[in-house]
Design a protein. Sequence first.
Length: 308
Amino acid sequence: MLHYDLFIVVAKLRKKLDLINKMYKNVSQSKKNNSMMIILVSFSLYLQQRTKMILNMDKKIAFVTGATSGIGAACAIRFAKGGYDLVITGRDQNRLDAVKKAAEEAGAEVEALNFDVRDRSACQLAVNRLQGRWCYIDVLINNAGLALGLEKEYEGDFEDWDTMIDTNIKGLLTMTRLIVPTMVERNKGHVINIGSVAGDAAYANGNVYCATKAAVKAITDGLRIDLSDTAVRVTNVKPGLVETNFSVTRFHGDEDRASKVYKGIKPLTGEDIADVAFYAASAPEHVQIAEVLVLATHQASGSVIHRE
Ligand code: NDP
Ligand code: 8X3
C-alpha cells in the first residue's frame, strides 16, 4: 500500500509539471515564477496531506452499523478511544452527526454513512463511496438490528416480522458480503456480529426475534468455517438485557412498557457490550473469541430473570 501511494504521488507530480509547461509556454518569466510559486505551495500542501494519510495507514478502521444508538454508539466511542478510526452507519442524520462528533472528540477520524441496511443497493453505494484507506476495514461490527412486538407467534404482525428478518438477518448478510472480501484479500480482519441470548433458546412471545438471532448464530458459525483458511476472525457477541432504545422500539414507542423490562434488575449497558467487542478485537491474532454470552448478574437465560 505504501509503495502504491508513493507511486500515485509521483505520477501526479509528473502530470502536474507537464501541464504547467504546456499552459505557460507563451507567458512572461515573472508571471511564470509567480504561478510556479502558487503551484509549489499548493503541491506542498497536497503532499503534507498525503503524507499524513500514508502515516495514518497504521491506524485500524472499525465499521459499525446501527451506530446512532445503544450498543452501536457505545462501540463507536469504545473503538475511537481504543485508537481506531471509524466508519459509522445509521439512518438518522442528526444522531449520526452527534456520534461522529463524540467519536472525533475521542480521537478518531470518522466517515459517517446514512443508509438503511435493508436496502441492498444503498448498502452497496455507501460501501462503494469509501475511498483510499477507508476501503480496508479491520473490524466490521454488524450491530444494526431490532425487535418489534412481543406477541404469540399465531398473532404476530407480518410487517414486524419482515422488518426484523430484513434487518437482523438480510442486512447483516449484505454488509458481510460487501466488506469481508477485502478482508480475505488482505488475509486480515475481524467480523463481530451482535447476536443475542435470544438466539440460544426461544422465550415466550419472542418467536421471530429469537429466530433472527438464532440465524445470526448460524450465519456467524458458517462464516467462521468459511474463513478458517484465512486469518480473518469471527465473533458472536450475545448480550442479555441491555438498557438501550431496544425495548422502546420493540413496543413501538411505548416508553412505560419499555421501562418495565428493566425493572427490579440492574441491566447491562451499551458500554458493557462495547467493552466485550473491543476485548475480542484486541486479543492476540492467534486468538479467536468465537462466542461470548454476556448477561446481567441476575439474568440466567433468555427467560430466567431474578427481579427485586
Ligand atoms: P437500539 O435501538 O438502541 O439501537 C439499534 C440500532 O440499530 C440503531 O442505531 C438503529 O438505527 C439501528 N437500525 C435498526 N434498523 C436499522 C436499519 N434498517 N438500517 C440501519 N440501522 C438500523 O438497540 P440496541 O443498541 O440494543 O441494539 C443493537 C443490537 O443489539 C441489535 O442487533 C439488537 O438485536 C442487539 N441486542 C440488543 C439487546 C438489548 O437488550 N438491548 C440484547 C441483545 C442483542 P435507527 O435509530 O435508525 O433505527
Ligand atoms: C435482546 C435481549 O432478551 O430482550 O436480544 O431478547 S432479549
